[in-house]
Design a protein around this ligand. Structure first.
Ligand SMILES: [Zn+2]
Length: 233
């Protein structure tokens, strides 16, 4: 920090006060969301670098995944959880872009993700997206794209049916219900393409599996998966 910044920063902070999303401590630099300590404590997985990593294993026997990664381990009451809350529920899309760029850097630094043609955000129900004002996965895709230059292809897959009220259904019925809730609208563009399907948090993997299954029905399509956080243990 130079003298100029030393003098100016406190004033900037006075007008734009903000706190670290991870621990709540004061941050002076306006462009940062996390303090240096929290940045250093972020639980990166390094999955992107390793074949047969836990995320890829998680989909074994479910759908064929060319490469899979999650940027962070997810746990409750953690920096990552605070970030996701701030991003998704408080609408901090700039933070979302920042997190997306972190995924982008990991993908760029791994040759396992070479040759991806498109990024596809996991679609939300239109109503949900309307209420939230954005699709969090689309924001992450934008951040990934800024770093990797891989284009985003939204709306090539859509979500067509609500799946919330299915708690009383059996396992198979439930799966059929979820699988049918995605539809590929532009199969021609996905033909023989390698797509990276992006989600925020992978917990059961059921939605991403269902969406991925539809993409894989397109002739010659290859599927890779990226998520901001990995919540399964
Ligand atoms: Zn902090």
């Amino acid at each position: 920090m130079n003298i100029h910044e030393n003098i100016i920063a406190p004033f900037v902070h006075f007008f734009y006060p903000h706190n670290c999303i991870g621990c709540g401590s004061d941050i002076i630099e306006r462009e940062n969301f996390l303090c240096l300590e929290c940045i250093n404590e972020l639980p990166h997985t390094s999955f992107a670098l390793h074949a047969n990593n836990p995320l890829e294993k998680f989909f074994w026997g479910r759908i064929p995944v060319t490469a899979g990664m999650s940027e962070f381990y997810f746990s409750k009451t953690s920096i990552v959880q605070n970030c996701i809350h701030e991003f998704k529920y408080k609408g901090n899309t700039k933070l979302g872009l920042y997190l997306g760029r972190m995924i982008g850097k990991s993908i760029l630094n791994s040759n396992r993700f070479a040759g991806i043609d498109f990024l596809i955000p996991l679609p939300l129900f239109t109503k949900k997206e309307f209420i939230r004002g954005f699709n969090q996965s689309a924001i992450l895709c934008k951040g990934i794209s800024e770093i990797t230059n891989i284009p985003v292809m939204p709306n090539s897959v859509i979500r067509i049916k609500a799946t919330e009220t299915q708690t009383k259904k059996g396992r198979i019925e439930r799966w059929e219900n979820v699988e049918k809730s995605f539809s590929v609208t532009d199969a021609e563009r996905l033909k023989n393409k390698h797509v990276l399907l992006v989600d925020d948090v992978i917990t059961t993997g059921a939605t991403i599996e269902a969406c991925g299954a539809q993409i894989l029905k397109v002739e010659g399509a290859k599927l890779s998966i990226a998520s901001l956080a990995y919540a399964t243990r």
